[in-house]
Design a protein around this ligand. Structure first.
Ligand code: NDP
Length: 451
């Protein structure tokens, strides 16, 4: 049977674009459909614009530090409109880069929604049909709103980049990556931020000591964080939103942002009709080669809800191409993934939390918390944390957790050692780089705890 293409990719985000490009470079005839903007969540609504906003939000702190270091510096007003137009110009440029990557590699693109018609056919929103030997689902995910009365009055992280003006007051609901990052960003930009989280501590699943410090620092930076608190209901009140909370309060905010998780984009894609197996939250179920239960259909990235991070989606896309187009079956390695949370201060982490490791066997915990030189000189109260969780038997470093300015950069490098299986003694025999914050990671001699 002859097909129009060897591969049809649905979704032009990180995973889909990488898979399409690499497959085309391997000689496959490839097409890709994207109904929205190329670049997907990471480039258009996530990592990239978020990180640019993180940078923007850090300047007030730099001005304060500059004064402490003897500079005659004053903080003027933040011009949201100026920043926003520059931000969107940058996203337009990046979209162009993504389109060019595809075009230059001979991938045919369709600016259309695509859904499955049969195991080898997609139907585009203009009604045309295309056949392919393999179909790759890479539609990503989308924020979900909780089932709360008045929830439609709230916004999500998708909308933050398009606000007409920065609000004076904002309530953020949630305690995950997105809630905490945006609480810090908006606080830095001068918004009066309140955050409600239903659990006992933000950033559930991460090392307790590390998330405790992030939480403390966020509050010290002025974020009004309420733990054990959820929204009961919301209602319009003039041009503001009145929020009743489970802690018995009723408060009014200019904006309410939900950061209450994301769900895979699998609705109305023809998946159920074809019998593609989906999980409880609509995620496409795949094996270690990203193959679904229908042999011609594969899926990568957030649509599979494995580890929802851009570099992971990219790896899944590459492993798919190795497996299907290069005859080299490559399972995706989801073990020991370093990651960063761009709160202020940042958290960088890889491997097991102390709590997780403790449940698996005897461990030693090495940790130090201190005021870094730069911030301390500037009179900031900020503390940082360097922490290693070590297996008492094998001496391997099972987890590394850093809360510090630049922790994202640090954990990328420490992550190599941890991924290689470095022992505590390997860390110890590495000479410190002095004076830095991260030198502490190789100079901690005595465990603070054993468990
Ligand atoms: P998360 O799943 O991390 O967090 C969702 C938060 O919302 C949790 O705190 C959860 O509480 C809370 N929540 C869920 N449902 C409700 C509800 N009905 N009422 C009140 N609170 C609720 O999702 P995010 O949206 O923060 O992020 C999505 C994914 O995006 C992340 O998992 C991550 O993979 C990725 N991401 C990565 C980033 C990075 O690498 N820096 C940055 C941003 C996103 P509870 O803990 O109790 O379940």
């Amino acid at each position: 049977m002859s097909f129009d293409y060897d591969l049809f990719v649905i979704g032009g985000g990180s995973g889909g674009v990488r898979a399409a490009r690499v497959a085309a470079q391997a000689g496959a005839r490839v097409a890709l459909a994207e109904e929205d903007r190329y670049g997907g969540t990471c480039v258009q609504r996530g990592c990239v614009p978020k990180k640019l906003m993180v940078f923007a939000s850090e300047y007030p702190g730099y001005i304060e530090d500059a004064k402490a270091y003897g500079w005659d510096a004053t903080l003027g007003d933040f011009n949201w409109d100026a920043f926003k137009s520059k931000l969107h110009a940058e996203l337009d440029r990046l979209e162009g880069v993504y389109r060019n990557i595809l075009g230059n590699n001979g991938v045919q693109t369709f600016d259309a929604r695509a859904k499955l018609a049969d195991p080898h056919t997609v139907e585009l929103s203009d009604g045309s049909r295309k056949t392919a030997k393999h179909i790759l689902l890479a539609m990503g995910g989308w924020p979900v709103l909780p089932d709360i009365k008045g929830a439609e009055l709230g916004i999500t992280s998708n909308d933050v980049f398009h606000l007409d003006a920065l609000p004076e007051t904002m309530l953020i609901l949630g305690g995950g990556y997105i809630a905490c990052e945006f609480a810090c960003i908006l606080n830095g930009l001068g918004v009066n931020v309140t955050q409600y989280y239903r659990g006992a501590q933000i950033l559930r699943g991460f090392d307790e000591e590390a998330r405790g410090l992030v939480s403390e620092e966020m509050q010290q930076n002025g974020i009004d964080l309420h733990l054990g608190t959820n929204i009961l209901e919301m209602a319009q009140d003039g041009d503001k939103i009145r929020v009743k909370a489970t802690n018995g309060t009723e408060r009014v905010f200019d904006k309410v942002m939900f950061a209450t998780g994301r769900r895979p984009n699998t609705a109305d894609m023809g998946l159920e009709e074809l019998g593609v197996k989906l999980g409880r939250y609509g995620e496409v179920l795949v094996d270690e080669y990203s193959q679904t239960n229908i042999p011609s259909i594969y899926a990568v990235g957030d649509v599979t809800d494995r580890v929802n991070l851009t570099p992971v989606a990219i790896r899944e896309g590459m492993a798919f191409v190795e497996t299907v187009f290069k005859g080299n079956p490559t399972p995706v390695d989801h073990d020991l993934i370093p990651t960063a949370i761009f709160t202020q201060p940042e958290m960088g982490t890889i491997g097991m939390s102390e709590e997780e490791a403790r449940d698996r066997g005897p461990i030693e915990v090495y940790a130090t918390s201190f005021k870094p030189m730069r911030e301390s000189f500037a009179g900031r109260a900020q503390r940082v944390l360097m922490k290693l969780v070590v297996c008492a038997d094998t001496r391997r470093v099972l987890g590394c957790h850093i809360v510090a300015p630049g922790a994202g950069e640090m954990i990328q490098l420490a992550g190599i050692a941890v991924k290689m299986g470095a022992t505590k003694e390997d860390f110890d025999r590495t000479v410190a780089v002095h004076p830095t914050m991260s030198e502490e990671i190789v100079t901690m001699r005595e465990p603070v705890r054993t468990a």
